[in-house]
Design a protein around this ligand. Structure first.
Ligand SMILES: [Zn+2]
Length: 235
């Protein structure tokens, strides 16, 4: 009996250790960030946003743990140009003491635009982190506000699952995916940016080069989904 109990304890420990050390983090795959006919829903479309959904669905099958973030703004969010008289989207302002790009209204809490894109497979998503919920500061990263004052629940959730490596995909490469990856690396996760499963607001070669350089400076590794799919084992 004692041997059996020891076996059970060891089995539980090993299965715990084997489970979910890596996580796939799907950033902001929401209707507001992909192109579509209704400008109010698809208010901040990233060109090619739809093209990465099938690849993200395929990659989810390789992971034991999948989490997602959602941009989730109050209606009066300070990143919206509509909240600043005389300002237009894509102009700069100062928010929470930081340089801030002003955006069209997007991903307001409970809106259709804040829903996941319809083609995204959501069955495996174990946890959704909502970010950008404070009206006076933006939150590109899934982990914390841009001024680094308030953390979301993403880090505590991943730590509770024993995660030490994360793989980041989604929208947009030059804002929320990049910021999520850099914060993950700062929080000591081994972090991978899956370059073919993200699209940038500014996809020019010069901008992509800058993004990759910045990621590398922060010890984020750049990888392709094919490299992950080629690996026989699940992550
Ligand atoms: Zn936003």
């Amino acid at each position: 009996m004692k041997k059996f109990l020891t076996f059970l304890v060891l089995f539980a420990a090993f299965t715990h250790l084997a489970a979910a050390k890596s996580a796939l983090v799907i950033v902001d795959m929401q209707k507001c960030f992909v192109p579509g006919a209704d400008d109010l829903v698809h208010s901040l479309p990233v060109a090619g946003g739809h093209d990465i959904v099938a690849g993200i669905n395929q990659l989810q099958k390789k992971f034991n743990l999948v989490v997602a973030t959602k941009d989730w703004h109050p209606k009066n969010h300070g990143s919206f140009a509509s909240q600043h008289s005389g300002k237009n989207p894509f102009e700069m302002t100062i928010l929470a003491g930081l340089e801030q790009m002003l955006w069209p209204d997007h991903c307001t809490q409970g809106s259709v635009g804040a829903e996941f894109v319809a083609a995204l497979d959501t069955e495996k998503i174990a946890h959704i982190t909502r970010k950008g919920t404070h009206s006076d500061v933006d939150s590109y990263s899934g982990f914390m506000d841009n001024n680094k004052v308030s953390k979301t629940d993403l880090d505590s959730f991943l730590k509770s699952q024993g995660v030490d490596s994360i793989f980041v995909v989604g929208l947009a490469a030059d804002y929320c995916v990049k910021a999520t990856a850099i914060d993950a690396a700062h929080l000591n996760y081994k972090t991978f940016f899956v370059q073919d499963l993200t699209k940038a607001v500014d996809p020019s070669a010069a901008n992509m080069k800058n993004i990759y350089a910045e990621l590398k400076r922060h010890k984020v590794e750049i990888i392709s989904s094919q490299e992950l799919l080629n690996n026989k084992n699940n992550l």
